[in-house]
Write a protein that binds this ligand. Structure first.
Ligand code: NAD
Length: 498
């Protein structure tokens, strides 16, 4: 069995804690790898390396920082397949989906290549006689990143490229369920010439996270994961004086109006609900069907759902892979088996499902539940699996009231041909990311990503301009070079411009 350790100060660091967690291949159920779970001392070693590196890295010129980022971008481009294969082997998603994840992560490296434009600062000359004022942004110090299992390459890349481009150093704590792709990103950064200690990876569980949240040398924490943990991260890290952004869980609604192209809507509902086995924070998990066309839409979705090819992620014929663990698969299935008792209609039941030759894999089929209502478990909880709920609504007003009463507000979408309705929806809906005939509106790298309500704790979204704001702090400098002939004299009054 392979053992994955940590990456500290530019090199591999073997476990000293003696504590390990299992890493499965979800397609086979086998456990080819064990991951080291860091002790407090191992986390301290990573933070110390990052702290030491910060002294030099924060002073390294923008030219040298961006030269690294361009090299890194090229290396990632050349290694897309290899990174995607690592993701598939531990997460289970199909190879094409894993390649998409790498591409979307690389967008942030590309954004970071242009950091010079973002860090230009502002200058006002002659704000008062012989007085100039400039505003600059400076790095924070050591930043920690704590990431979820569902995007083991993309979500870390939402964080560290921009953080280090801004002059910070970074300690990443990836998900212990599929850590190899995140670890490889750090190895590749070293191969691209990143200075030692600028990017460190500590593998681990709650012990490692808790140490990062309380460590006096960690200035800021970027977190992406489930809502309860995000809430905990924000409370604990802010109590220890750190800047925090904690992106959290979701239940994304797709509103379909009667005038929509129903084939287009059905295709998009399928892609967004069942892609990556529903293990996406931007997955569509609820379709809100408005008016009498609901029956037709459900038929069209069901027809398509029954044709999906489910199998190992490394089989090019597979469109959907397994779930991350056996326990998670069983939990997802329990929402489907319990749905009928709560009054929902199970249109497609994927719970009794195996893949020939992969009987021990963590597979489930896709499920479609109709006539779902608020209050049912399948509606209230984030299932995070290939289960699509359909809620019926009589009118647009009823539908938007439903969406806006959700405790989450990550992404949402409207499907319609009516520009006026789409415009109303954009302005009225309470969510951070909105799609118009786009079911998974994940913003491009140069816009920012983030939800509202219980989908994000903290003030700033991740990457884009918000990311630059998050990873830097402002400094305003007021400068006067006095005229030797006019010292100004003594004046105890509050300074005003003149
Ligand atoms: P998770 O919250 O279980 O784990 C996320 C990270 O927190 C991991 O690194 C994990 O080791 C750590 N962690 C887990 N329990 C902890 C505890 N008790 N104390 C301290 N640290 C702990 O999330 P997950 O299951 O890995 O990922 C799926 C979740 O992430 C879903 O809820 C999904 O919606 C969410 N997610 C959100 C976004 C977003 O941008 N909003 C993106 C991706 C995933």
């Amino acid at each position: 069995m392979k053992t994955l350790g940590h990456w500290i100060d530019g090199k591999a660091a073997e476990s000293t804690s003696g504590s390990f967690g299992p890493v499965y291949n979800p397609a086979t159920g086998e456990q080819p790898t064990r991951v080291s779970l860091a002790s407090v001392e191992e986390v301290d070693a990573a933070v110390a390396a990052a702290r030491e590196a910060y002294t030099t890295w924060s002073q390294t010129s923008l030219a040298q920082r961006t030269a690294f980022l361009f090299r890194y971008r090229e290396l990632l481009d050349a290694r897309r397949d290899e990174i995607a294969a690592l993701i598939t082997a531990e997460h289970g998603k199909v190879h094409s989906d894993a390649l998409g994840e790498v591409a979307r992560g690389m967008e942030i490296v590309e954004l970071a290549c242009g950091i010079t434009e973002k860090l230009k600062g502002e200058l006002s000359t002659q704000v008062s006689t012989r007085v100039d004022v400039s505003s600059i942004r400076q790095p924070l110090g050591v930043v920690a990143g704590i990431t979820p299992f569902n995007f083991p390459a993309m979500v870390p890349m939402w964080m560290f490229p921009l953080a280090i481009a801004c002059g910070n150093t970074f300690v990443l704590k990836p998900s212990e369920k599929d850590p190899s792709a995140s670890y490889r990103l750090a190895e590749l950064a070293a191969e691209a010439g990143l200075a030692q200690g600028v990017l460190n990876v500590v593998n681990g569980d709650k012990i490692a996270v808790d140490r990062l949240l309380t460590h006096p040398d960690v200035a800021a924490v970027s977190f992406v994961g489930s809502t309860p943990i995000a809430q905990y991260i924000q409370a604990e890290a802010t109590a220890h004086g750190k800047r925090v952004q904690a992106l959290a869980g979701a239940k994304n609604h797709m509103l379909v109006l009667p005038d929509a192209d129903l084939d287009h809507a059905a295709d998009n509902a399928i892609n967004a609900a069942y892609g990556s086995a529903g293990e996406r924070c931007m997955a569509v998990s609820v379709v809100v069907a408005v008016g009498a066309m609901g029956d037709t839409l459900v038929d069209k979705i069901a027809e398509r759902a029954r044709t999906l090819r489910i199998g190992p992620g490394d089989d090019p014929a597979s469109e959907m892979g397994p779930l991350i663990t056996r326990e998670h698969r069983d939990k997802v299935n329990s929402y489907v088996t319990g749905a009928a008792d709560q009054g929902a209609q199970v249109v497609v039941d994927g719970t009794d499902f195996t893949v020939e030759g992969h009987e021990s894999g963590f597979f489930t089929g896709v499920s479609l539940l109709d006539k779902v209502r608020p209050g049912m478990d399948a509606y209230e909880d984030e299932i995070f699996g290939p289960v699509l709920c359909v809620v019926r609504a009589e009118t647009y007003d009823e539908a938007i009231a439903l969406i806006n009463s959700s405790k989450w507000g990550n992404g949402t979408a409207i499907f319609t041909r009516d520009g006026g309705a789409a415009r109303r929806f954009q302005l009225e809906v309470e969510a951070g990311m909105v799609g118009v005939n786009v079911p998974i509106p994940v913003p491009v790298g140069y816009h920012s990503f983030g939800g509202w309500k219980q989908s994000l704790f903290g003030d700033l979204h991740i990457y884009g301009n918000d990311g630059v704001q998050f990873y830097t702090r402002g400094k305003v400098i007021t400068t006067r070079w006095p005229d030797p002939a006019d010292s100004g004299g003594i004046n105890l009054g509050f300074p005003t411009s003149s």
